[in-house]
Design a protein around this ligand. Structure first.
Ligand code: 16G
Ligand code: MG
Length: 558
């Protein structure tokens, strides 16, 4: 007599058409060039060499869908990476990023030799108790890269060969696909699973939320939006018709001439601390930049003296937090709120949140999934990476409490505040950071507070900081702890950093191996730019000497 697991295995053998899988594997042959890692945000690589991986992601998505008995999403994108790259992100049932154990399966499957793929599939089925008799449904989206269509076809082939059903949303932003997955798995409780549904949900919430501020006929707000020549431009243009006229958006880098992510987009602006090419910027004009798949946003302006000011994820988190805090006080609700940041958060933002806003701050490892996970532990969890990835999560109980108060509260002031909170919830894409939704929330808050971008910026002053990278023989030799704030190996490195930090005022520094590049990242902040630069340089030297640096020794920043 066979036990449950044995029976499942036997039934799965019958269900999985190995011959068909083998035939299709030949069509999507593995070029054994590079090892592909399902990293911080999925697979990324040169589009030429990931064709086989996309087919296999299709296979994996079917298994995940059968196991969770839910719709799974796959987005074809390489986010802020150059146009020649591409990749895939798998989306779990509630619109969240793929569970870590499945990231390992993804890596194994993508790198298996063609003749080992069947074994890997069987192994995953066994380990994860996947019942192949269940149906599978996959939703697919892609960004505007020239390679995306062909790669999504390979993906569809993988889905189909294992008998999965699918819906191809075509060109969508990454957060839009996360939204679709969540809608489908909550019986459309979260929203209608169409683009129209997404635009209507967000625009209605925006209109309701800003009614008070935007009704005053003289309230007009104008904003230049750099869309990195990516999918964000197409989707924002579609959405424009749903938004009130008083929000005047000038969309630039819309892909009509420029190249995706080239000299533009959120990553470029953040790294180079300057405006993107293609955006004419006058002093004090409010501007923002999305990344290539529109899941990140940063704001900026240039002042009268020509000085560039970046309002990054930390500034966004602070603005949102102060707004939510005020509303919570007005409602009288006793809900816990916390902010989750990474080690990259500017020290001034952390002090401002803790000391001025009295909101507890928690630190998570770099990567959206880590922040998202931590933020789920509160009634209201605001999370943002300094680079502009982030959103706000409301627990189910908190959401119900707010919605109930918005309907039933007798006290007018409290009810109005609860209604505003309810509209805020509806405006936020809780599945993942969403440049469009974040932008609308920021615009709503600025309008309601009657704040200019300069006033927002003046909430606190960033400490000068510097990021560098160092090439070493094996970056995994740097092991970290305390959410990447301290290095455990190589020996003496942390002692060295600690000693260096004592030499500077208001200083902090840490090092971590990059999850997306073959390099060690160094971060330092201090009271002046010169000091931050010098500290970063000295820490780089320590990394170079203690962790087998390769190539030329780091040089002082001039
Ligand atoms: C990925 C992550 C981002 C993180 C970055 C760090 C997602 C969607 N994206 O782009 O959150 O900040 O990697 O890169 O999680 P690094 O490890 O090379 O510094
Ligand atoms: Mg992105």
């Amino acid at each position: 007599m066979l036990g449950g697991a044995g029976r499942l295995l036997l039934e799965n053998r019958r269900e999985m058409d190995f011959d068909a899988v083998a035939k299709h594997l030949k069509l999507h042959a593995h070029l054994p060039r590079t090892f592909l890692q399902y990293g911080t945000a999925g697979f990324r690589g040169s589009a030429e060499f990931i064709h086989h991986a996309m087919f296999r992601v299709g296979l994996l998505a079917v298994l995940r869908s059968k196991q969770t008995k839910s719709t799974i999403g796959v987005m074809v994108t390489a986010s802020h990476n150059p146009e020649k790259d591409n990749g895939a992100k798998l989306i779990d049932p509630l619109g969240e990023m793929l569970a870590p154990s499945w990231e390992e399966h993804a890596t194994r499957l993508a790198n298996a030799d063609d003749d080992k793929v069947q074994n890997v599939l069987s192994d995953i089925c066994q380990k994860e108790a996947v019942d192949l008799q269940h149906d599978a449904f996959i939703v697919i989206g892609r960004d505007t890269r020239p390679s995306s269509q062909k790669l999504s076809q390979a993906l569809i082939d993988g889905v189909s060969v294992l008998g999965g059903q699918y819906h191809d949303y075509g060109l969508v932003t990454t957060p839009q696909l996360h939204y679709m997955v969540c809608c489908r798995n909550t019986h459309e409780n979260y929203g209608i699973a169409t683009l129209e549904g997404y635009y209507q949900k967000l625009s209605k919430a925006f209109l309701e939320l800003t009614k008070q501020a935007m009704n005053q006929s003289d309230t007009r707000t104008s904003l230049k939006v750099d869309c990195a020549n990516g999918i964000g431009a197409l989707k924002l243009k579609e959405m424009e018709h749903y938004l009130p006229r008083c929000l005047i958006m000038h969309i630039v880098n819309d892909g009509s001439i420029g190249k995706l992510n080239h000299l533009c987009g959120a990553d470029f602006v953040k790294v180079h601390q300057k405006p993107p090419v293609g955006l004419e910027i006058k002093s004090n004009e409010k501007c923002c930049s999305y990344d290539g798949d529109a899941d990140r946003i940063v704001y900026y302006y240039i002042d009268e003296t020509g000085c560039f000011h970046l309002l990054d994820g930390d500034k966004i988190a602070t603005l949102i937090c102060s707004f939510l805090k005020e509303l919570l006080v007005k409602t009288g609700q006793n809900l816990t709120m916390a902010v989750v940041q990474t080690a990259y958060a500017n020290g001034s933002s952390t002090s401002y949140l803790e000391e001025s806003l009295k909101v507890p701050v928690h630190c998570a490892k770099t990567g959206v999934k880590h922040l998202h996970h931590k933020a789920k532990g509160f009634d209201i969890g605001v999370y943002f990476e300094a680079n502009g990835h982030g959103t706000v999560l409301f627990s189910k109980a908190a959401e119900e409490q707010i919605r109930r108060q918005a309907k039933e509260e007798k006290d007018n002031r409290k009810r109005e505040a609860a209604k505003m909170l309810e509209n805020t919830i509806n405006l936020i894409n809780q599945t993942v950071g969403d440049a469009i939704s974040d932008m609308l929330l920021i615009e709503a808050i600025l309008a309601l507070k009657n704040f200019t971008i300069q006033q927002w910026d003046a909430m606190y002053t960033d400490l000068p900081n510097r990021q560098l990278k160092v090439q070493v023989a094996d970056r995994q030799r740097i092991e970290t702890t305390d959410e990447e704030r301290r290095a455990v190996t190589p020996p003496k490195l942390q002692d060295n950093i600690d000693e260096l930090v004592t030499r500077f005022k208001l200083a902090r520094a840490f090092v971590r191996p990059s999850g997306t590049e073959d390099a060690v990242r160094v971060y330092a902040e201090s009271d002046t730019q010169e000091n931050a630069d010098e500290l970063a340089y000295k820490v780089s030297l320590a990394v170079y000497h203690l962790a087998e640096g390769v190539g030329a020794e780091p040089q002082p920043i001039v």
